[in-house]
Write a protein that binds this ligand. Structure first.
Ligand code: G3I
Length: 420
């Protein structure tokens, strides 16, 4: 499977031959993950990490990380701060660094209630005008990154903890139809990129997972493309479900015909500094999460939401909590890191024995044994570089067609979801 993974990545054009060869050398997180039959082990990264030499030494090591997600720079407030003015400078810098090092990119995120520019969050909208704005945004951003993203988080965090739809400008104006609408637009722009619904606490809240199941069904019933569900996995030490329970939750989504991934994994301590026992519990929680991905054939990979405590979002958002990452602030490997490596070494050895090729046997990223990478034909899209206005205009004129095409199917489904 590892050989097949490498071969398909090379055919896809997303990874050069040299990069693909390097992916399985050594004992880093990514190379072991690939040897265990998965596609990647990745991390969030942002431009504010660029001048940190110690950070860069680790993040550019393809044995350690094979996939990157821009932590903030592809969000709406950055990429379209003012209507129809698209800015890709920061995200391009992340994408370029990743590309030049032969690594892969997960793209994050398109339709999200948070980190919205004020023209969207404070605007006065009708269904038609907001549809046009969503269409223009997705079309421009995805066209700019066409062929560069393994996956896009098309819609992010649309659910409340009880599984109902989260209040947002999108929900109040369009109802749940904004979800299939977003996926429909995305698939028209770049159908070869994996299109994901992404949310947190799906791992720990069965009611929220129920809501996400309904979202996948809603999008599928509307005839729109959805390829994956991202489990953010912002977990807490000592409160992480067991490996088996996590695998069972992942399996609920695989049964719907989509792939799954952990997209923002970290495991936060409730109080600081953590004791040695807390650090061991954190290690066990990381092992449960990564192990559950190993256990589910269509779990394609794991991304951590920064690998060092130096850049973790946790203490800023939850004062008093922290140390959620695999490396310390000073880039020392924690017990959690060592435990994950040990887990992956075992999985890679078992896969090699079972498959004879150092790969994951039947544990490939999808049920057909292939890898879920975009095909080589992604770059048929025209780049909007220097032509953002005309792309936006085209998107605007296409908006009513998209809405018209969906409306017959979506509105009865939306009604059904509300009834459920
Ligand atoms: O860019 C401004 C800067 O100009 C200003 O000086 C500074 C002052 O605080 O703020 C900067 O913006 C910050 C931004 O990150 C970029 O660094 C925001 O305050 C800060 O709130 C923002 O936090 C990000 C958060 O999303 C926003 O919702 C975190 O870095 C990022 O890790 C986090 O990521 C989210 C995922 O996208 C979705 N899932 C949950 C995850 C964690 O919240």
């Amino acid at each position: 499977m590892a050989r097949l993974t490498r071969a398909l990545l090379m055919v896809s054009g997303l990874v050069s031959g040299t990069a693909a060869q390097n992916m399985t050398r050594g004992d880093g997180l990514h190379s072991l993950m690939v040897a265990a039959g998965k596609l990647y082990f990745g991390t969030a990264m942002e431009t504010n990490n660029f001048n940190d030499a110690a950070y860069q030494a680790i993040s550019t090591d393809k044995n350690e990380f094979g996939m990157f997600t821009p932590e903030n720079s592809q969000k709406w407030e950055v990429t379209e701060p003012k209507q129809a003015q698209f800015v890709f400078t920061q995200a391009d810098a992340v994408a370029q660094k990743v590309k030049s090092n032969g690594q892969l990119l997960r793209c994050h995120t398109l339709t999200w209630h948070s980190q919205l520019p004020s023209f969207v969050s404070s605007g006065t909208w009708t269904p038609a005008t907001l549809t046009a704005v969503i269409t223009a945004h997705i079309t421009n951003v995805m066209t700019h990154y066409a062929g560069q993203c393994y996956a896009w988080d098309v819609v992010n965090e649309a659910l409340n903890e009880d599984g109902t739809f989260r209040e947002s400008v999108f929900l109040s104006t369009l109802g749940p139809a904004y979800l299939p609408l977003s996926f429909s637009i995305a698939s028209k722009v770049d159908p070869s990129t994996k299109l994901y619904y992404n949310d947190f606490n799906l791992e720990t809240s069965p009611r929220k997972a129920d809501g996400a199941v309904k979202i996948v069904q809603l999008i599928q019933a509307a005839g729109a493309q959805i390829d994956g569900v991202g489990f953010q996995a912002h977990l807490n030490v000592g409160q992480t479900p067991s490996r088996a329970a996590l695998a069972a939750t992942l399996g609920r989504f695989v049964a719907l015909g989509v792939e799954v991934a952990y997209t923002e994994l970290d495991v936060a301590h409730a109080t600081m500094p953590p004791s040695e026992a807390d650090r061991e519990r954190q290690a066990a929680d990381y092992v449960a999460a990564v192990g559950s991905c190993l256990d589910v054939e269509r779990c394609v990979g794991v991304t951590v939401w920064q690998f060092s405590d130096r850049y973790s979002w946790v203490p800023g958002t939850f004062p008093g909590k922290g140390d959620a990452c695999l490396y310390t602030r000073d880039y020392q490997k924690k017990p959690a890191y060592k435990a994950v490596v040990k887990l992956l070494q075992g999985a890679a050895a078992a896969a090699a024995e079972a498959g004879g090729g150092g790969g994951g046997g039947s544990r490939g990223p999808n049920s057909t044994g292939g890898v879920g990478v975009p095909s080589a034909t992604v770059s048929t899209q025209t780049s909007p570089t220097g032509d953002d206005e005309s792309a936006a205009t085209k998107a605007l004129s296409g908006a009513s067609a998209v809405m018209g095409g969906l409306s017959g199917l979506v509105w009865p489904l939306v009604a059904a979801v509300f009834v459920l």
